[in-house]
Design a binder for this molecule. Structure first.
Ligand code: CA
Length: 440
């Protein structure tokens, strides 16, 4: 894939909010969501974010605005989940993007001589947003070597990075049912054991954490028994979102050996509601992280020239926190970290190739997540565990409150965007949720 007319920085949209500099959803972005009105009778359907509005795929389909492959694709995009859209080939997806771009950069009254229906746009802040797909499977990787080294150094000071790390894109099967857009996360209960105690106790987690990650929705996928070769793997990525992979560190450290995290992760995973397509991200591809001298080259099944040259994505990521006291004092959220997604040790394509290398099938609408995105700098650590060194160096909030881990009432806000000379900035919107003690 390459850039095309839909990426043209000179494109303007008749939805004025899309032309405001710094807007997450200019006409060059066009991310997908599933939405409806606030109405019990409302039918969820696909939409595309444009400025502060959502372009209704069902209204576009009903009005027969598009022709050819785009007509087929918009009909599928109008469904209540995007799984089937994600099973379509790239020609259909690109055709739909091209027509939507032309529609939104047109005169705002007609398209191809057809009057635009009055209900073609819906205000984002008045919409109910749903999970974009029925997520069949969720896999969580561990692809930042900085995160792996930081965390490893706390649990195994003399052996921070396990010997498989530079050879295998490490991952585990996450829980798909608890991936959500919910605005609150209930503090999980679980078994924990302090090192100086002889037996564990059961109760609310005292070390609740977030993890800043990037997620990818799987496009066409593969049949059981087949593999997706590394050279084709990027085509299996439909698009990207932000992921907060909540983690209960005290539950995790007691349960994780020998089979890995279980209840410490499965209680909640939040995603941002808009999926930024691979095509929209085309101008922001980057060479992969340069492995330090002495690190092994990826094995052949993970090594592809194109992937090495441009398989990383230059996505800027930020995490903010807002406590109840901060909101009471009308203080803005405080930034906890920022970093870039381009310095991951493994690319998303390598994750897909590895995931399917044993014949495991990935399906359209499945979610894979990158693992916590951390960088080498102190202000680039993508979770509280790293930022506070497992509580040893608490963070001070603008109110003077201290945080080792998250408290009830803390809201975690993740943002992502891409900026590059010669391109229009595009954003991911927010992944935002608050910790509560119990369902309100
Ligand atoms: Ca994770």
């Amino acid at each position: 894939m390459s850039t095309n007319l839909t990426h043209d920085p000179s494109l303007r949209c008749w939805v004025e909010s899309a032309n405001v500099p710094g807007c997450d959803f200019p006409i060059q972005n066009l991310p997908f969501c599933v939405f409806s009105e606030f109405d019990e009778e409302a039918v969820p359907r696909g939409g595309i974010a444009i400025g502060d509005q959502i372009l209704d795929m069902a209204a576009c389909a009903d009005a027969s605005l598009f022709g050819g492959r785009a007509a087929d694709a918009v009909f599928v995009a109008a469904q209540s989940t995007l799984n089937e859209l994600m099973s379509m080939d790239q020609d259909h997806l690109s055709a739909l993007r091209a027509e939507v771009s032309a529609l939104l950069s047109g005169d705002g009254h007609t398209y191809r001589g057809i009057p635009l229906p009055r209900n073609i746009l819906y205000p984002m802040d008045g919409a109910v947003i749903y999970l974009p797909t029925r997520i069949g499977n969720y896999t969580d990787f561990y692809a930042s070597i900085f995160h792996a080294t930081n965390v490893g150094s706390m649990f195994r000071p003399d052996n921070p990075l396990l010997p498989n790390y530079k050879w295998v894109p490490i991952g585990y099967h996450g829980r798909a049912s608890s991936v959500s857009l919910k605005e609150t996360v209930i503090r999980p209960h679980g078994q924990t054991k302090a090192p100086n105690e002889s037996a564990p106790t059961f109760g609310p987690s005292q070390q609740l954490d977030y993890e800043l990650e990037v997620g990818a929705f799987i496009a066409r996928g593969n049949a059981l028994g087949d593999n997706i070769p590394i050279g084709d793997a990027s085509e299996s990525l439909f698009g990207f979102c932000l992921v907060n992979d909540w983690s209960a560190r005290d539950i995790q450290s007691w349960e994780y050996q020998p089979l890995g995290p279980f209840l410490s992760k499965s209680f909640a995973t939040n995603i941002s509601p808009f999926i930024v397509t691979r095509e929209a991200l085309e101008p922001f591809r980057s060479p992969v992280y340069a492995r330090p001298e002495g690190d092994p080259a990826p094995l052949d099944y993970l090594n592809d020239e194109t992937d090495q040259a441009e398989g990383a994505y230059d996505i800027q990521l930020e995490v903010y926190i807002s406590s109840e006291q901060m909101r009471d004092a009308e203080l803005p959220p405080m930034r906890l970290s920022h970093g870039t997604f381009k310095d991951m040790y493994w690319t998303m394509a390598q994750m897909v190739a590895h995931h399917t290398s044993n014949g495991c099938d990935l399906r359209p609408g499945d979610l894979i997540a990158s693992g916590t995105v951390s960088g080498p700098g102190k202000d680039e650590r993508g979770c509280m565990l790293e930022i506070t060194r497992r509580g040893a160096e608490p963070v001070t909030l603008p109110t003077g409150e201290q945080r080792q881990f998250l408290e009830d009432g803390d809201e975690v806000i993740m943002r992502g965007y891409c900026e590059r000379e010669g391109s229009v900035r595009i954003g991911f919107g927010e992944c935002r949720a608050m910790i509560v003690a119990e369902e309100g």
